[in-house]
Design a protein around this ligand. Sequence first.
Ligand code: PLP
Length: 449
Amino acid sequence: MDNASLKKRDLAVLWHPCSQMKDYERYPMTPIKRGEGVYLEDFDGNRYIDAVSSWWVNLFGHSNPIIANAMKEQVDKLEHVIFAGFTHEPAIDLAEQLVAMTPEGLDRVFYGENGSSAVEIALKMSLHYWQLAGKPEKTQFIALESGYHGETTGALAVSDLGLYKAPYKPLMFDVMTAPSPDCFYREEGESWHDYSLRQFEKMRELVEREHKKVAAIIVEPLVQCASGMRMYHPVYLSELRKLCDEFDVHLIADEIAVGFGRTGTLFACEQADISPDFMCVSKGLTAGFLPLSAMLTRESIFQAFYDDYEKLTAFLHSHSYTGYATGCAVAKATLDIFQSQPVIENNKVLAQHMAQATAHFADHPNIAEVRQTGMILAAEMVQDKKSRTPYNWKERRGMRVYEHALSQGALLRPLGNIVYFMPPYVITPEEIDKLADIAWQGIQLATKD
Ligand SMILES: *Cc1c(COP(=O)(O)O)cnc(C)c1O
């Protein structure tokens, strides 16, 4: 088998995600044979550093032997069992551990199959809760501009991604949108703190005006990843928590991308010292091995649904693989690594190294900003630095970086014109240096004319 024959077979039968399939004529795909640590290897023997953790899921390297073993052991015992009326150790172990690790007050775990389903569960549960709590008029959601919460219709409805969403508008409920606290747009000399606080005022106005109708506010804490690693200050979250309390509105924290250490703390909410009413986790939960998600909530919300059968107050949501035993065992093995190794501490050193290795990027005439939150670092290419005028999107400059990086042995998949690193935590300082070199060359090429 080689790259060429696999590409041909693939193109004859497959339809890839997030892709204009015709694009593969211009940007060929890369068939991967195996993965080890931060490296991916194709069928022609080329190796690539996975700088994007395979869409932000991988935490401890590809084919990590500890996690692989946990998975093998579990499938030999019990791969899965119906989760209504039955239970098993992996689901219980994992739930106990999640409750212990997440912010205070999140004491109930509802499993889903992927990030989007965790978001749907949170939205449905919040809405349903208000009906049970005698406030059926609370039926609307507030989301942030530039937010992303997944691709299923409910999750997409609360996302702000025009192109991804536009064709499906007729399927979706209306959502109120508050301006993003994204600090890219702060004034010269203005701090992240002050800008995020200034943006918060618009959220306050919206909530003061509409709160009677609002069930919940959903946010990606600290980093709006999909819309371009857009970052903001924790003060926004601490103010938002107070606002939600003041006006009886739920706060849903979508930690699907930022959870499990990406922002420098185990969960991003910790940096604002807050506890949401609902928290969604997925992606890193299984370190990139299996699809699984968990939605955590408060005991008081659970209790609102807890009643005699005839009252018909049950939360009836289910998926075929709710409480997937193998997924839970893999997630447990992943969380055990956080317990047994100083992951967060080590990441501080790696994050510092990423900052140093890319410090000169900010001086590039076409880089408007290099921003970083923990293990996420992004450089935004623009046509004009002073006015921050973006490049014409049709020029697809980010794809030039992508192509160059592949030719040099790195998987760097920019978001539009934003080049970013979000690597597995097993990356070494030397590999970070190599990535920085490749990214720098790619940026030079992409901005040349
Ligand atoms: C990826 C992502 C989702 C959706 O998760 P899927 O597993 O792709 O359905 C939701 N929210 C955020 C913040 C994400 O990054």
